[in-house]
Ligand binder design. Sequence first.
Ligand code: 16G
Ligand code: MG
Length: 543
Amino acid sequence: MHMEAVLKFSSQHPKPAGLILQYGTAGFRSRAEHLDHVMYRMGLLAVLRSKKTKSVIGVMVTASHNPEEDNGVKLVDPLGEMLAQEWEVYATDLANAEEQGLPSVLNDIIQKESIDIKQEAFIAIGRDTRPSSTVLSSAVIDGVTALASKFHDYGLVTTPQLHYVICCRNTNGRYGQPTVDGYYQKLSKAFNDLVKQDPGCGDKSICLTVDGANGIGALKLKEMEQYLQSALSVKLYNDGSEGKLNFQCGADYVKVQQKPPEGIEKKPGERCCSFDGDADRIVYFYNDDAGNFHLLDGDKIATLISTFIKELLVQIDLNLKMAVVQTAYANGSSTRYLENVMKVPVYCAKTGVKHLHHKAQEFDIGVYFEANGHGTVLFSRTAEEQIRQLVSSEITDDKRKAAKMLVNTIDLINQTVGDAISDMLVIEAILCLKRLTVQKWDEIYTDLPNRQLKVKVADRKVIETTDAERRTTTPAGLQEKVDYLVKNYNLARAFVRPSGTEDVVRVYAEADTQENADALAYEVSLAVYELAGGVGEVPKPLR
Ligand code: 16G
Ligand code: MG
């Protein structure tokens, strides 16, 4: 190993004394000025991971929906998945090692993983539009260079674009061309072909207002527009030309605040969507004639997409098992609708894309979405092959049309990770093909009123959960108390979990009315404060 070079480069990326960071749910996230050494070291780790897997590994510099001043880094595994969980601890060890200790941490990983250090490595790097991302991604490059490895810097890309190119590179182009242009070509061809199945969907008939969160998604959607000649016309706001990234805009703002982003003009009934800062999440919304805001979140998206796919599956008559994977945050109405009306099996996974993705891989077709708008559809290799084969076999025209539409859907969806641009195109195609207005889509089921709150406690690790985070096992008495509180309301549900990205405990409650959801959320917060060592202000009733 090139330990001298590692130390030499490292001195240009010193670790602030005493700083301890964790590889969290989606990588490291912090204030940008705390991350230079982390980036350098993730360059080193990516090389080891690349040697271990004998594949191209990705490093994405972004802090997603977090404020512009923050930044972060996530590693992308060979098929475009998130870094294997067993390696997260290496990432944390490396990030927190004192400088002189770096060689021994690296050697430890090499030994534990039996890495052949002579194996070649190749790293693909991407970054979002944050001002700090340029210098931070060059720190990643220094890490790769210190270990004498090769890289390709994709520069400004959305997170899902980087996941896409990684998958392409490691499957010899079977997934597509490993370039941003290849991404545009693959998705736009699939979209144009899909909407062409219906003559009513041509000629810019689809018009959509997009909030780009002043981020990379806006930039990339602009680049892509020329490829989408046939059907879609986009009105892009918060395109980054003046506003601040994620500030009063973007998918997270819209979902959490339950209100439209600043800086967009929209008429009643007009369909709008918001991307987050690295374009791996999307939510839809509109205002009704009375001016009331309506949000269509990940649950509504999962319902729309899985219904569409299920209808096509019925037509082509293949025996494929489809399921929807949600988290505890999924609105109870969506789960009930999917299970009882659509007869689609629904599973609950822990929060965080890696958990949902993993569960979704168990089915022929696994649709997964977090309520916050992150999600995609996974098709197993055999399911995909069966569907593709059907198109060229002896079947009725109707069946062939359905099979073709499924093939287009497979090609349109970014199966590596949730992707705002790809999800948007899938949704727009479905709405057009099914002649659904955003109001009609919204009316498929009615969300139960819900409320999310945060509680500060001395140590959030005192809360341990089970059953995909729907129940707590510690501290003693908390779950019993939550159960007792929930019983006082109709259609109610509540749960408590420690955040994986912030130093808080999160509380979720839903019930038959907003008033009841608010009251229940407050009561549960108080229980957390009292039983889990709350600090600072005691939670107050919301009304
Ligand atoms: C991260 C996760 C997101 C999850 C959120 C929960 C990825 C790519 N992102 O942003 O899926 O919903 O964390 O945050 O996995 P929390 O633990 O603070 O509630
Ligand atoms: Mg994101």
